[in-house]
Write a protein that binds this ligand. Structure first.
Ligand code: EPU
Length: 317
């Protein structure tokens, strides 16, 4: 028994030393002792082995390549506004893209922007340049990378429709792939785990600045009046099933607004939002509440709700 423990400790030690060495060699800031509760908008979730924070797209590409070579698992994270990580210990490296946030470069109808840039800021910048196509996405509290990963959408617009090209990490380098090579579905894309999105060039349409601003304000106003803001949420929790009244309406009609499990509550404002409250809220509270909702909807309507938030399990890596 003692020898098994010794081998494990030894392996962990070697792995940590290797990660530390790669980060130092490539000049990537690497932090220990962080928790998902600090890095996600739901403010829940357990300990993370390492959080690496590259400063440039090239550095990020080089870093994940080194990890891949020695088979160390990693996962990219933007602003953590669509992630529910469980309460366990997550033994993988989080590659935080939040420092890839250089000012976007506008060139005619195109804008090139890195993955860590704020999506709402990009919407405002584009409007200022008289460019239309993403004004409906204003107010989605995420990064450009996260929006690309899941084809973020709102108010009739989806980011995938305006993507000309995407920069991804391949074999340690930054390469550009056409947006047309990606499948852009409802809140889902053909990107695979292990793929790191570093930036994009969007092709937008010129329009009157005031008209774009008006549409942007309208979208923001609607969002403020129908969705909780300032609360700890991850946006809509479930996808809308095809040909349905919408998940929010379904959950609302079941009278589940205000239902609570520990520190997780079904929002009174929009029933497809689970919000967390208090210092003691746990990821398991949100997951249990979500499963209760799924069971109820299955029982009463025969519909299998699909998670829209990404659920990250600690034991799977
Ligand atoms: N509704 C209720 N009760 C509720 C919530 C909604 O009756 O508690 C009703 C509304 O009155 C409306 C219908 O359900 O008749 C649809 O609601 P809403 O207009 O709020 O849109 P949604 O389908 O719930 C979708 C996206 C949102 C996006 C909005 C605006 C999904 C799962 N959700 O919400 O995206 O912001 O449209 O375009 O596709 C997200 O992706 O995280 C997200 C919040």
């Amino acid at each position: 028994m003692v020898s098994v423990v010794t081998i494990k400790v030894d392996e962990t030690f070697k792995r940590d030393a290797a990660i530390g060495e790669i980060a130092a060699r490539l000049g990537v800031r690497a932090e220990r002792g962080r928790r998902f509760a600090e890095l996600t908008s739901l403010r829940v979730g357990g300990a993370i082995d390492w959080v690496a924070v590259p400063d440039t797209e090239e550095q990020a590409a080089g870093f994940v390549n080194e990890l891949d070579k020695i088979k160390i698992a990693w996962r990219p994270l933007g602003s953590g506004s669509n992630v529910l990580a469980d309460d366990g210990e997550h033994h993988y490296v989080i590659v935080s893209l939040k420092e890839l946030k250089a000012d976007p470069i506008f060139d005619g109808e195109r804008v090139s922007v890195s993955a860590g840039y704020s999506l709402p800021r990009l919407c405002i910048d584009a409007a200022r340049h008289g460019l239309s196509g993403i004004e409906g996405l204003n107010g989605i509290p995420g990064t450009v990378g996260g929006a690309l990963w899941m084809n973020a959408g709102a108010f009739g617009q989806e980011i995938g429709t305006v993507v000309e090209s995407i920069r991804v990490a391949r074999d340690g380098r930054v390469i550009e792939i056409p947006g047309s090579e990606v499948k852009w579905n409802y809140r889902h894309t053909s990107f695979r785990e292990g793929e790191l999105l570093l930036g994009t060039t969007l092709l937008l349409r010129p329009d009157d600045v005031e008209k774009i601003r008006e549409r942007m304000e309208e979208a923001k106003g609607q969002r403020m009046s129908t969705q909780p803001h300032g609360a700890r949420s991850a946006g809509c929790f479930f996808k809308n099933p095809p040909d349905s009244a919408g998940t929010g309406r379904i959950i609302d009609d079941l009278g589940l607004k205000g239902s609570r499990r520990g520190g997780a509550v079904v929002s009174e404002k929009h029933a497809n939002f689970i919000v967390t409250e208090g210092e003691d809220a746990k990821a398991s509270d949100a997951l249990e509440l979500a499963e209760e909702i799924r069971e109820r909807v299955k029982r009463e309507h025969g519909i299998d709700l699909e998670y829209e938030v990404e659920v990250w399990r600690s034991e799977n890596r």
